[in-house]
Design a protein around this ligand. Structure first.
Ligand code: GDP
Ligand code: IMO
Ligand code: MG
Length: 424
């Protein structure tokens, strides 16, 4: 008999921005290591502790507890962004241990330029974060990528840039008609400096995570994005280029799937989406504006206004099927406070047919009309510290989610601060 397994995954159940950063920070107090396993700096995770509000793009949210943080092989990294982020963290007195897997791919300047050019030429059709995410993951699959292990060896970096740059320049200039403000020489100069800087952090994350799990250490895996932005199971093509599902931990860190003991689904008490794509419960007009203002729903990464809507149970039910939640954390319950009544989509009507799950086809999702259940609203005092202190109608709202999914709600977040979290 081995020690109890303590791999815990934090997953976004909707379209991202569910409050994964806040809950990861909260849970990381007890964790030994916090690791990211997919995505890049398209992620924007906000952690608020007393006077500090930190917006993290690459670093796992365990940094505020000074935990060892690790970036797994499935993550793509913009080293310029990581450098800035480390400076920010250090400026507030945090010095977490950092491991970067040498297999992580690097987001190069041409990836950003191609992301922007692609969106412009396509009328902003996906509404990406323009951080170079799609082009970088595409190059990884095409085997035209540069990995962190290449960045730290000048010769290898120089060779890679010489091989890759001319083709990227040609595409940007000839296909998109863009003028680029970088050359092979300027990129080499800047990235070899970054390679030297980050060389000491390179460690085989897969090896270390497995070794620590064997010792019974608690490891928190922090998802980025959300279930319905998954490249396969999201609303394709309005998705990101990685796999934000719990299964992504195995391939993104390099651990066997049976090392995970808990999967925490983060559910925003309503739904938001940034970028394009179907959104069955989306609100429009004044109701949407009021909810957006109250929830401060403006993107952490791009500052874009987030689209807002009611809670969507078919989405959550499907997210549970895809991720296997052992527990849920409901965030931003305070934002719904003061509303007379709330609507919750419990099913969809698709051309007269009632369905309980999120359809696989985006064109079908576009036709889905939510079947709403109207429930009584609630008003929070802002002083609730325990589940028993919540008003009955708030408890009923949580119960509706629990019963619809058959998964217990273990945490309720009633404000952005670390201490505004109720353990149920
Ligand atoms: P993430 O990408 O999933 O980490 O979420 P973001 O950080 O992008 O967006 C969530 C936003 O809601 C952040 O500004 C958080 O500070 C904030 N937040 C998290 N939980 C709560 C909560 O319970 N109530 C309120 N009012 N804000 C919250
Ligand atoms: P966190 O981790 C919300 C969205 C973009 C766009 C689509 C593809 O903070 O929850 P990409 O730049 O990844 O190619 O964009 O995915 N998107 C997110 N939306 N939260 C995120 O991350 C997101 N990361 C990407 O808006 O619609
Ligand atoms: Mg976010």
């Amino acid at each position: 008999m081995g020690l109890e397994l303590t791999g815990i995954v934090v997953i976004g159940t909707q379209f991202g921005d569910e409050g994964k950063g806040k809950i990861t920070d909260f849970l990381s107090e007890k964790a030994d290591i916090v690791a990211r396993f997919q995505g890049g700096n398209n992620a924007g995770h906000t952690v608020k502790v007393a006077e500090h509000t930190v917006k993290l793009h690459h670093l796992p949210s365990g940094v505020m507890h000074n935990k060892t943080v690790m970036i797994g092989a499935g993550v793509i990294i913009d080293p310029k962004v990581l450098e800035e982020e480390l400076k920010t963290i250090e400026s507030i007195g945090k010095k977490p241990g950092l491991f970067i897997d040498p297999r992580c791919h690097i987001i190069m300047p041409w990836h950003n330029a191609l992301d922007i050019a692609g969106e412009e030429s396509n009328n902003g059709s996906i509404g990406t974060t323009k951080r170079g995410i799609g082009p970088c993951y595409a190059d990884k699959c095409l085997r035209k990528g540069i990995r962190f292990e290449d960045l730290v060896y000048e010769r290898r970096l120089e060779e890679a840039i010489e091989r890759i740059f001319p083709e990227k320049k040609k595409i940007l200039e000839k296909v998109y008609g863009k003028k680029i403000d970088f050359s092979a020489e300027s990129v080499f100069k800047e990235y070899s400096r970054l390679g030297k800087k980050f060389a000491p952090f390179l460690k085989d994350v897969s090896f270390h995570v497995c070794a620590q799990l064997e010792k019974g250490k608690e490891i928190l895996f922090e998802g980025a994005q959300g279930t319905f932005l998954d490249n396969d199971f999201g609303t394709y093509p309005y998705v990101t280029s990685s796999h934000p599902l719990s299964g992504g931990v195995a391939t993104g860190i390099g651990i066997p799937i049976n090392k995970i003991s808990r999967v925490v689904g983060i559910v925003k008490a309503y739904t938001t989406r940034v970028g394009n794509g179907p959104f069955p419960t989306e609100l429009q007009g004044k109701q949407a504006d009021d909810l957006r203002e109250k929830g401060e729903e403006f993107g952490t990464t791009t500052g874009r206004a987030r689209r807002v809507g009611w809670l969507d149970i078919p989405m959550l039910r499907t997210a549970h099927r895809l991720n296997g939640f052992t527990e849920l954390a409901i965030t931003k319950l305070d934002v719904l406070s003061g509303m007379k009544e709330l609507k919750v989509a419990v099913e969809y009507d698709i051309g007269g047919k009632i369905v309980k799950n999120f359809p696989y086809s985006t064109s079908t999702v576009e036709k889905a009309k939510p079947v709403y259940k109207t429930v009584k609203g609630f008003t929070l005092s802002g002083k609730e510290k325990k589940f028993s202190e919540l008003p009955k109608e708030a408890k009923d709202y949580l119960k509706l989610i629990e019963e619809s999914l058959g998964v217990p709600v273990k945490f309720v977040s009633v404000g952005p601060e670390r201490n505004e979290t109720i353990i149920c």
